[in-house]
Design a binder for this molecule. Structure first.
Ligand SMILES: C[C@@]1(CC(=O)O)C2=NC(=C\c3[nH]c(c(CCC(=O)O)c3CC(=O)O)Cc3[nH]c(c(CC(=O)O)c3CCC(=O)O)/C=C3\N/C(=C\2)[C@@H](CCC(=O)O)[C@]3(C)CC(=O)O)/[C@H]1CCC(=O)O
Ligand SMILES: NC(=O)c1ccc[n+]([C@@H]2O[C@H](COP(=O)([O-])OP(=O)(O)OC[C@H]3O[C@@H](n4cnc5c(N)ncnc54)[C@H](O)[C@@H]3O)[C@@H](O)[C@H]2O)c1
Length: 222
């Protein structure tokens, strides 16, 4: 089966993690990075999860999972040490159309967690569709070692410059060409950054057409 690779926006979405051990902890941290609204249900949790709860970063319900807990949630991770509980969670998730990952239990997953290399907004996610998580991890380490440490800052600056280009030039082949050139260059925040200078010179040759003159009814009187 071919998996569908997407990057989900989870900010403020209600996500629930059943179980509070070290595996749950790593899933909670991934969800936190995406600013999800997280509830954890578990009788016992790691010290780190307890600290997240004490700091108000997540909600912790100190009890066992009970049928009905998934109501109103978008996504669930079943990470208890009891496969029967994890499968009951998956069953409820199916009934409620909640996306479910039962850790290390592929038939009871709607999605898998990938191996991820991160630099700021740049994310490279690796999946082997469950064929070899160890290979996904190995590739993550190899890519991590090759990717410059400052790739995130560079991407931020490149994104800022791209916004300037998009504001200054129309959507055409010329603009596309320029953006590909800039993606291969150093970019920084300075006004006199050579890439920014190139972009500004280019915009002179490829300006946005003048806006249509205002119709009389759109005029604003002083
Ligand atoms: C990527 C990563 C993300 C994460 O967990 O967040 C992840 N597993 C990681 C590590 C890892 N997991 C395992 C080992 C031991 C070596 C080995 O078995 O290969 C290692 C390596 C190690 O740590 O040594 C054991 C294991 N994992 C699964 C099974 C069940 C089975 O295969 O049936 C078993 C056997 C359990 C048993 O024998 O009882 C299943 C899944 N593990 C997945 C994800 C999903 C598919 C990912 C993909 O698309 O490839 C999937 C399907 C479901 C899921 O859990 O989402 C994370 C690396 C993070 C990083 O370091 O970058
Ligand atoms: N720890 C690892 O390195 C590792 C690696 C691969 C897979 N796994 C698997 O992942 C699962 C979780 O591992 P772990 O190390 O985080 O386990 P753990 O034993 O540290 O934690 C289990 C958690 O589940 C909670 N729990 C148990 N029954 C529950 C219930 N009915 N409702 C709600 N919460 C309940 C416990 O309170 C605890 O917080 C296990 O199935 C384990 O086999 C663990």
């Amino acid at each position: 089966m071919s998996l569908f690779p997407i990057f989900l926006k989870l900010a403020a979405r209600r996500c629930i993690v059943i179980g509070g051990g070290t595996i749950a902890e790593s899933k909670i941290e991934s969800l936190q990075a995406a600013e999800a609204n997280i509830t954890v249900i578990a009788p016992m949790v790691t010290e780190r999860i307890a600290n997240f709860a004490a700091a108000g970063e997540i909600e912790w319900l100190r009890r066992e999972y009970a049928a009905g807990d998934l109501a109103g949630h978008f996504l669930v991770v079943a990470a208890t040490d009891n496969p029967a509980t994890n499968r009951a969670v998956f069953q409820e998730a199916r009934e409620r159309d909640v996306l479910c990952n039962a850790v290390d239990d592929p038939p009871f997953c709607d999605f898998y967690f990938p191996s991820v290399v991160r630099r700021g907004d740049l994310q490279i996610a690796i999946s082997t569709a469950g064929a070899s998580p160890a290979l996904a991890q190995q590739l993550r380490k190899e890519i991590n070692a090759q990717l410059p440490l400052d790739a995130g800052e560079w991407l931020t600056e490149l994104g800022n410059l791209r916004r300037e280009v998009v504001a200054a030039e129309p959507l055409n082949e010329e603009r596309r060409w320029l953006l590909h050139q800039l993606a291969q260059r150093e970019v920084c925040g300075y006004e006199q950054c050579p890439s920014r200078v190139i972009a500004r010179e280019h915009a002179v040759k490829n300006p946005k057409p003048n806006p249509l003159p205002n119709k009389p009814h759109a005029e604003v009187k002083p």
